[in-house]
Design a binder for this molecule. Structure first.
Ligand SMILES: Cc1ncc(COP(=O)(O)O)c(C=O)c1O
Length: 390
């Protein structure tokens, strides 16, 4: 039996599934017939592999309004990009402003730097709906603030943050603005110029439809990072130290060229479909889900009440049932894949009052349907009924 066909996959906030057919086809073709080490040797096959990577850089740059594609650095995932940015920006210490919404990929590197006595940190709170007030960011910035780092949207509630407003505030200072676009890259508009973003960390394997093992960091012209890792870059072999120009400064070692070839197709799919179309479909799904679940009296919904202010992610709990238990029943009895627990973001659960059990998260994606949303709502109704009439 084909499990992938039967399953209702509602865990796109963790990684998207399925991918566009062109992504599978392209990776298969690349690894079978084109996968020389990009730029490492002068032969045609290596030069062409390098051109595949360059094309991916160009497409991603186009999607995020980046003028110079060399400022897009490929990474392993979003965590890698965030570490590259956070540790690279804070080598000489300083003060950092962040928020209580963050994923462990931001919380943990910052906590490690605080523990090592390298930085001081101000964490701003969020509203009941999971939104940060730009005025709180403004108040927290000091003369010695080096970095403001925050997520573009919570991976728990989906709540979209006023990134453009905050970017403008940070731009008036000497600090750099790092945005974690794990939940928005590919499904919500991002323009690094208009949003005044200095550093943009993004995964390739979520809404950009690439495979796992891909991600990237945009490094803006105001920023100087220290090297993340030193190593071979293909060219400039005589130089005893890492070449200073981007992307090579941050891209030592053989890249995940197969993954990047797939990611390139994912981005092309988005550019062809059009991001507004993707956003509109996901908006309809999440609105329907919110409405359906909201009509069940035993359900508590978290985050903004209007889906206009969220990504395609919905957090909820069912009265009297542990979220982990609902997750297991959904998986085993209804064939619905969803994520229960703390979602690697413990602080937002503390402020929402859902710590330590967490909650359940449904995150439909572009390939989900209205019918699947209705099945999921019906599943929660049935689970609720069974628990209230055991
Ligand atoms: C908000 C946020 N930041 C960072 C990450 C880490 O992304 P990755 O798994 O690509 O390292 C995630 C992953 O779920 C996330 O949701």
């Amino acid at each position: 039996m084909n499990q992938a066909k039967k399953l209702i996959y509602f865990d796109n906030a963790a990684t998207t599934f399925p991918k566009p057919q062109t992504v599978y086809d392209r990776m298969d073709q690349f690894i079978r017939s084109e996968a020389a080490n990009p730029g490492r040797s002068g032969h045609r096959m290596a030069v062409e592999a390098e051109a595949v990577i360059d094309r991916a850089r160009n497409e991603i740059a186009k999607l995020f309004g980046v003028k110079d594609p060399h400022r897009i650095v490929f990474t392993l995932n979003c965590t890698d990009a965030l570490n590259m940015a956070i540790k690279g920006a804070l080598e000489n210490g300083g003060h950092v402003v962040s928020t209580q919404l963050e994923h462990n990929s931001v919380l943990r590197p910052l906590n490690a730097l605080v523990k090592a006595g390298r930085i001081s940190l101000t964490r701003v709170p969020h509203s009941k709906e999971g939104v940060v007030d730009p005025a709180d960011i403004r108040k927290s910035i000091k003369k010695e603030t080096r970095l403001v780092v925050m997520t573009h949207a919570s991976n728990v509630t989906g709540s979209l943050q006023p990134v453009r407003e905050i970017g403008k505030i940070v731009r008036e200072t000497d600090a750099w603005f790092l945005v974690d676009a794990a939940q928005t890259a590919g499904c919500f508009p991002i323009d690094v110029e208009a949003d005044a973003i200095d550093l943009l960390a993004f995964p390739g394997h979520k809404a950009l439809f690439g495979p796992m093992g891909t991600g990237g960091l945009y490094v803006g012209p105001r920023v100087e990072l220290s090297a993340w890792r030193e190593g071979g870059t293909g060219g400039d072999s005589k130089s005893p130290t890492q070449p200073e120009e981007l992307p090579f400064f941050l891209e030592g070692g053989t890249p995940n060229a197969v993954g990047i070839a797939g990611l390139s197709e994912g981005v092309r799919f988005i550019l062809q479909e059009g991001l507004p179309m993707i956003r509109q479909h996901e908006f309809h799904l999440i609105s329907r889900l919110r409405e359906g679940l909201g009509a069940i009296p035993a359900v508590t919904l978290y985050g903004p009440m209007d889906a206009k202010h969220t990504t395609s992610t919905l957090a909820f709990n069912l009265k009297g049932v542990e979220p982990q238990e609902i997750g297991a029943i959904l998986d085993q009895s209804f064939g619905i894949a969803a994520r229960a627990g703390l979602h690697c973001a413990p602080m937002i659960h503390q402020s929402m009052g859902t710590y330590p059990a967490g909650c359940l998260r449904f995150s439909p994606g572009y390939f989900n349907t209205r019918e699947e949303v209705d099945c999921a709502v019906q599943a929660i109704r049935e689970i609720q009924k069974n628990f209230s009439n055991p």
